[in-house]
Design a protein around this ligand. Structure first.
Ligand SMILES: Nc1ncnc2c1ncn2[C@@H]1O[C@H](COP(=O)(O)OP(=O)(O)OP(=O)(O)O)[C@@H](O)[C@H]1O
Length: 350
């Protein structure tokens, strides 16, 4: 299988701060790979290294077999988290401008833009100025610009950040369509639901390394769990509950049913009600991916999750989308065309 991204022993420091401390990563053709990690873990830094916007301190990067990232940049479509748009352009003018930068012959470019406006649901907006676009429309336009050259690899940084629920849904549907087109994708996100929906594998970047990789379809298929918070449970009652089967685990004020079935839940509730125990909360356990993620970033073991005791990590600990620098897709093209030097980034003086 063709390896599209190969990263070995990658390190990167900003001054005295060591951000990446030996990242290893392999992404193969056609794969959608999610990259998750706490704020400041270095996800955007890794993307900028892959694009050749930054130089690593040590380690190796190969994109489609080549370490010449300046040359390979033209094989990569990049969707930054926040793009700086030139709002006096219409969508059509903007894509035409970028496509000409990419050296796409005009006739082919027109065809390509039509196709991409259609894919991103922006055909009716083609002649509207970008200043009239909503955030969601701009994000979809960002996907269109990244796909102009029909790139082998797409790097997407937090695509749904700042979008309302409708905008998120539209963008995820679009990314699912993009996925069907066979591009290899590296997707940085804080939203685990996005990973579960779109990705084949996910890497958890923390402490400067990819500490854990998860096969997403495997965890997606794991059966769910139910947590019941109760009044105090004495030992005899706990034993009675656990006699129902190995799926039922208890502590002083909690019953975990894992894997959960309605039949098991009915049996547990029957015993609790019969014993006059108050039932304070009954809620599905957080997703397996969420549990693996939170345990990995807090340095706890993640094996045998299905048989683990009730996870007491609050969903409030879930990281929130962060602010990041704006990067203009025109900058990528300028660097690609050799029009400017990447000073301030590549000279290691950040
Ligand atoms: N140009 C820079 N100069 C100095 N420090 C930087 C620079 N860019 C990033 N950093 C620092 O490097 C660390 C990693 O930043 P990066 O943006 O790569 O993380 P991230 O995982 O993408 O974070 P987030 O999820 O918050 O977007 C952070 O501590 C950040 O403050």
């Amino acid at each position: 299988m063709t390896e599209v991204i190969v990263v070995e022993g990658l390190t990167k420091r900003y001054g005295h701060v060591s951000v990446l401390r030996g990242v290893n990563l392999r992404v193969v053709a056609g794969e959608v790979y999610g990259l998750i990690g706490p704020n400041g873990a270095g996800k955007s830094t890794l993307i900028h290294l892959l694009l050749g916007f930054l130089y690593p301190d040590s380690g190796r990067i190969r994109i489609l077999g080549s370490a010449d990232l300046d040359a390979q940049r033209r094989l990569i479509g990049y969707v930054p988290e926040r793009q700086r748009y030139h709002t006096h352009y219409t969508a059509l003018e903007y894509l035409t401008f970028l496509g000409q930068f990419d050296g796409i012959p005009l006739e082919r470019l027109r065809q390509r833009i039509d196709e991409l406006l259609e894919l991103t649901g922006l055909t009716a907006m083609a002649n509207r100025y970008l200043r009239t676009f909503s955030k969601g429309m701009l994000q979809r336009l960002g996907i269109a610009q990244a796909l102009l050259t029909d790139p082998d690899l797409l790097l997407i940084d937090e695509p749904t950040s700042g979008l309302d629920l409708d905008g998120q849904r539209e963008l995820l549907t679009l990314l699912k369509d993009v996925r069907q087109r066979g591009h290899t994708v590296l997707l940085c996100t804080h939203r685990l639901a996005e990973v579960e929906y779109l990705c084949d594998r996910v890497g958890i970047l923390t402490e400067g390394k990819i500490m854990r990789e998860v096969n997403v379809p495997e965890v997606r298929q794991l059966p769910g769990s139910m947590v019941i918070q109760t009044g105090p449970l004495d030992l005899a009652l706990r034993q009675r509950l656990e006699m129902i089967g190995p799926e039922v685990q208890t502590d002083e004020q909690t019953v975990l049913i894992s894997p959960h079935t309605p039949e098991l839940q009915a049996k547990v509730l029957h015993i609790l009600l019969e014993a006059n125990i108050s039932i304070n909360v009954l809620e599905p356990q957080m997703s397996h991916l969420m549990q693996i993620y939170l345990r990995t970033v807090s340095g706890q073991p993640t094996d045998n999750l299905g048989a683990s005791p009730v996870t007491r990590i609050s969903l409030r600990d879930t990281p929130q989308p962060p602010p990041t620098d704006e990067i203009d897709p025109i900058l990528k093209r300028l660097l690609q065309s050799g029009g400017i030097n990447s000073t301030g980034s590549k000279d290691g003086k950040q």
